[in-house]
Design a protein around this ligand. Structure first.
Ligand SMILES: Nc1ncnc2c1ncn2[C@@H]1O[C@H](COP(=O)(O)OP(=O)(O)OP(=O)(O)O)[C@@H](O)[C@H]1O
Ligand SMILES: [Mg+2]
Length: 349
């Protein structure tokens, strides 16, 4: 395969806008120079030439100067309800190919309630929920405590802590006030799902017309990675067994990652089926990671928390990278697999 000129598009933490009054974790989603360098090293090892471009307001002009063959997009975006979808929109305007999902999928999946509506419509399990724009809205009679309160459009465990679990009305109202004030976006209230934390990575694309997920392993074009369990029991006290921002960032090297997760064949098959279906109904391309809880009150049945079409790619740290490693796919190979998947999708190879 010939080498391509690949522009790596990312929002670096160090370039994040400095705005007084934002929560301390506000830019936690953005990438480190280390991650971007690792992606550049991987692509160069794959025989490609790379240029890094910051995914900010300068991007449109820079792309017209640089004219890459394809972009490796990991931009989370800075501002706006659909911030992850902004860079793909620019790329489509300029007709430049890029890795990963497109505008609609990135806008949809950043919005957890909207994603849950699509999942529920498609008959996929996701905890019952209600969206609050104000802290004093009445709670639906269908929701019972304990409940879980989180921001609608954040990632990396932002706004998630043991106090996200609310046991009664006072706690609910307090947590709603907190989330609405900090993140200035609607709060999502879900049934609290006690149990185990599992995530499933996917690389590849569903073949058109053959997307019906029927038999496990029967999805040509998709590479399903083995489920990864994040063992949060050690932080049962401090983090309430949740995959919080603190667990993801400060305690990451102390967590136990089990891949493949020790699961019965039935649960593992069901996770595969649900991950593929979630990938399909939200229109993911090239890669995604689907986050689940296994419900201890319902025979450990999987329920879908969210879909991440731009999963983290930090070497040795990100869940997708850990899952790939367990399958014998190193970071360099994973990054090139994602690029090759996109190149094939565009008919460039
Ligand atoms: N309804 C729920 N019941 C129990 N725990 C939950 C619930 N929703 C979220 N959590 C906990 O909070 C964590 C983060 O939730 P979620 O995956 O929705 O947010 P995120 O910040 O977008 O995550 P990511 O880092 O994957 O982008 C989950 O991994 C889980 O530990
Ligand atoms: Mg998650």
């Amino acid at each position: 395969m010939r080498g391509f000129h690949v522009a790596i598009l990312a929002n670096l933490k160090k370039n994040a806008p400095q705005i007084p009054g934002l929560p301390a974790d506000y830019w936690a989603d953005l990438d480190s120079e280390h991650t971007v360098q690792a992606i550049a090293d991987a692509l160069q090892a794959g025989g490609h030439r790379t240029t890094f471009l910051e995914g900010d307001v300068t991007l449109y002009d820079r792309l017209r100067e640089v004219r890459p063959d394809i972009c490796f997009n990991i931009c989370e975006g800075h501002f706006g309800d659909s911030r992850e979808a902004q860079v793909p929109a620019i790329l489509e305007m300029l007709r430049i190919p890029y890795t990963g999902s497109k505008v609609l999928t990135l806008a949809l999946t950043l919005d957890k309630p909207m994603t849950k509506r699509v999942l529920a419509f498609s008959g996929l399990p996701t905890p019952p929920f209600q969206v609050f724009e104000r802290a004093d809205e009445p709670l639906s009679a269908e929701l019972e405590y304990p409940l879980f309160v989180k921001p609608s459009r954040q990632g990396t465990g932002m706004g998630i802590s043991p106090s996200s679990i609310v046991l009664h009305e006072d706690q609910l109202r307090q947590q709603l006030r907190e989330v609405l004030k900090r993140y200035r976006e609607p709060a999502l209230v879900e049934r609290y799902v006690p149990g185990r934390e599992v995530t499933v990575g996917i690389v590849g694309n569903l073949c058109r017309g053959r997307g019906e997920a029927t038999t496990p392993g029967g999805w040509p074009g998709l590479r399903l990675l083995q489920p990864l369990e994040i063992e949060l029991g050690v932080y049962a006290q401090a983090e309430a067994g949740l995959y919080t921002h603190r667990a993801k960032v400060d305690l990451a090297d102390k967590l136990t990652y089990l891949c493949p997760a020790p699961l019965s064949a039935d649960v593992a098959d069901e996770l595969s089926r649900l991950a593929v279906e979630a990938f399909r109904v939200t229109g993911c391309l090239d890669m995604a990671r689907v986050d689940f809880r296994l419900d201890s009150t319902n025979d450990w049945r999987p329920t879908i928390l969210e879909i991440n079409p731009l999963p983290g790619l930090s070497p040795g740290i990100s869940d997708l990278v850990i899952e790939a490693e367990a399958a014998g796919i190193g970071h360099t190979e994973l990054v090139n697999l994602i690029l090759d998947t996109a190149l094939r999708r565009y008919g460039m190879v």
